[in-house]
Design a protein around this ligand. Structure first.
Ligand code: AMP
Length: 218
């Protein structure tokens, strides 16, 4: 068995990370979030982190070569037969092409691309209200998924914080960047017969169930 990839495609705030966390265990998959990898690199002050920091603060994309190296290295660290839930990658047609080259070289393939579709006002509301646990990474929302105690994670008691790029101006820019640089991938993967669209404006549990049923139909 070779590497298999499920791509979760969608704008910032469409629920890629939350969905991946909800379904990875039952699929026996590894959740690979390029945003999380970059934030860890920034935190650790690595050369990749230093290169990515300014782009991330503005809501711009980190250069394709940096991203592909990051993902390739991570795929090579894992076992050959791993199933990956890719969250936030690819984000440009160049990244999609380079991912294909990388998978072909390793005998791997994309099993399915799930496009999480939601209107812009829903995305803005989710992102402006999003709060994340510093310790375990669990996502909350000030109104939709409020923690039992304000500012404290229900799961581990960690402190909740707001991502620096979850401010209104950067959110608008990230959504514009998605529309201009990432949304072309919907067409690309539709033409390859790999894309399934789901309505991501539904509740997080229902969304996760629908995605799970698509990627693991039995
Ligand atoms: P995310 O956590 O997926 O919202 O990503 C946060 C930020 O990381 C993005 O706004 C980009 O600056 C950067 N980033 C994450 N994934 C990629 C990617 N595949 N290509 C370029 N930049 C990325």
């Amino acid at each position: 068995m070779a590497i298999r990839i499920i791509v979760l495609l969608g704008a910032p705030g469409s629920g890629k990370g939350t969905t991946a966390e909800k379904i990875r265990d039952r699929l026996g998959a590894v959740h690979l979030s390029t945003g999380d990898m970059l934030r860890a690199a920034v935190q650790a002050g690595t050369p990749t982190g230093r290169e990515a920091d300014a782009c991330m603060k503005k809501g711009e994309l980190v250069p394709d070569d940096v991203m592909v190296r990051l993902v390739e290295d991570r795929l090579d660290e894992g076992a050959a037969a791993t199933l990956y839930l890719l969250d936030g990658f690819p984000r440009t047609t160049a990244q999609a092409r380079l991912l294909e080259t990388c998978l072909t070289a390793r005998g791997g393939s994309i099993a399915r691309v799930v496009f999480l579709d939601a209107p812009r006002d829903v995305l803005i509301d989710r992102l402006t209200g999003r709060r994340i646990c510093r310790q375990c990474g669990m996502n909350f929302h000030v109104r939709n998924i409020p923690p039992r105690k304000e500012g404290v994670c229900d799961a581990c008691g960690g402190e909740l914080y707001q991502r620096p790029d979850d401010n209104r101006e950067t959110i608008e820019n990230r959504l514009d960047v998605y529309a201009s640089q990432t949304s072309d991938l919907i067409d690309l993967y539709t033409k390859r017969g790999l894309l399934s669209r789901v309505d991501s404006a539904q509740g997080a549990d229902a969304l996760a169930e629908e995605v799970a049923s698509i990627v693991q139909p039995e």
